[in-house]
Design a protein around this ligand. Sequence first.
Ligand code: FES
Length: 132
Amino acid sequence: MACGMIGLLGVLPVTMLESCMTLPMLRTTSKNNNIVISKTKLAAEKKIFVLRNDDLQYDVLLVKNLDNTYYAMYMQCTHNDNPVQANDKGLFCTAHGSTFDLEGKVTNGPATQSLKKYLVSEDADSLTIHIN
Ligand code: FES
């Protein structure tokens, strides 16, 4: 169900409404096939971030694990290369209805392959997403 429809009905549980909340979107730049992002740009209370980069056709989803490590995935549907949308529950493609969990695994087809994941390394001040 589209978030706009949920708002019209006004009777759905709060958890469904929360899943419609907009994720923080950060503009990034890449260098040497890496996206480097300062940790100060990542709000401590947030766990999921959409990274937009002019060098990439699709956004990158950055997810913080419970142990404060990170992983990232490319927001390109593996079915037919459309962009996927994300919320705090998972990712979905509006083209033909594929859905993915927050680890990028298919939860509903027609897609059959997981989203492309990227290695994320970090130092004291920043994260590096290896996009090559
Ligand atoms: S392109 Fe995403 S489900 Fe078909």
